[in-house]
Design a protein around this ligand. Structure first.
Ligand code: FO1
Length: 318
């Protein structure tokens, strides 16, 4: 029997790191009790297609399709379309594999037919055999815009992929967020949650947009349940991607304390890494685990440890 039966777990994630924790959770939480709320600030239009990288990373990871070398995209994908684009004098700077393009075609045509992103993701997850619930943070388009010293304001993927996150960032804005709404599916998941986890994702690029959805912070704070973040910073650096560089550029210290303080009242507990026991954040209920997830066994081990710790704390406070 799976562990943690009947406890509803909601986890907030961005791309690769968050998807790894979601995969670990999928191994230890019954699917009807697991909801993954995903950042959509990285989404963009490219060659007329709607691309949702973080959602796809979660879909591909939870369905076992993901390219494990990259952490995103589909395993064993081909690049026939991309190669053909190059023969047409195009510079396809965003790597789209042929199987991946099928996902974008389905999503784009359904969006154009008037279906919501939430409904489309539900159907894609079903088609891929995923039983857990995967929810976009909102159905609105809320592109994260990155203002840089060198190139002015860029769309997120231009900053991240085209410029390989090398420009110096001076500001992040979550465009159109004031017009975004929390979906009914996210509101219901939060009101039924027994705990909310925040994955080891980039706090500024992946989790901040989710928390910026109007009503999201209030919905979280309204629940007297454990809300626990997992550190994305280990030994003073990000395991992957620009989290550390970006935190420095935007005036944050690069430490578990700074990550915990960034979440502030939103969290009640924090998981730091065993390598950083001397750097445990103050002012939060903190536990240290090995947060580096290389193998699938690491992922389910960490997910299990977090759930057991949160459950024990919950029992103690009742
Ligand atoms: N990341 C890259 O570094 N280069 C790429 O060409 C690239 C293509 C890509 C295509 C589909 C997809 O779902 C993800 C892709 N990513 C690529 C990853 C993506 O840019 C990032 O994982 C996230 O947006 C950051 O969380």
């Amino acid at each position: 029997m799976a562990m943690n039966d009947n406890l509803n777990v909601v986890v907030f994630v961005g791309g690769v790191g968050g998807a790894k924790l979601a995969l670990g959770l999928q191994a230890v939480v019954p699917p009807e009790n697991l909801t993954v709320v995903v950042n959509t600030g990285d989404d963009f239009w490219h060659y007329g297609l709607r691309i949702c990288p973080d959602i796809d990373t979660v879909l591909y990871t939870l369905s076992g399709r993901v390219n494990r070398e990259f952490g995103w995209g589909v395993a064993d994908d081909s690049t026939v379309t991309l190669d053909a684009l190059k023969t047409l004098d195009e510079n396809p700077w965003f790597l789209l594999g042929d199987k991946d393009i099928a996902t974008h075609l389905v999503r784009t045509s359904r969006l154009r037919a008037g279906e919501s992103l939430t409904g489309i993701v539900r159907r894609l997850a079903q088609a891929m055999g995923i039983e857990a619930t995967i929810l976009p943070m909102t159905d609105a388009e809320v592109p994260t815009m990155v203002t840089t010293e060198e190139h002015g304001t860029l769309e997120f993927q231009e900053y991240f992929v085209k410029h390989r996150w090398q420009p110096t960032v001076t500001e992040l804005t979550y465009q159109n967020m004031e017009n975004a709404e929390m979906t009914e599916a996210v509101a219901t998941a939060l009101s039924n949650a027994d705990m909310v986890l925040i994955g080891p994702s980039n706090p500024l690029l992946s989790i901040a947009p989710i928390l910026a959805v109007p009503g999201m912070r209030e919905a979280l704070m309204a629940r007297d349940i454990p809300r626990v973040a997992v550190t994305p910073i280990v030994e003073g650096d990000a395991l992957k991607g620009p989290a550390a560089k970006l935190m420095r550029e935007l005036g944050y210290e690069v430490s578990p304390q700074a990550v915990a303080d960034f979440y502030g009242d939103v969290i009640t507990g924090f998981v730091s890494d065993v390598r950083d026991t001397a750097l445990k954040p103050h002012g939060y209920d903190v536990v240290s685990f090995d947060t580096i997830m290389k193998s699938d066994a690491d992922k389910s081990r960490l997910a299990g440890e977090i759930l057991r710790w949160v459950t024990k704390r919950k029992e103690k406070t009742l």
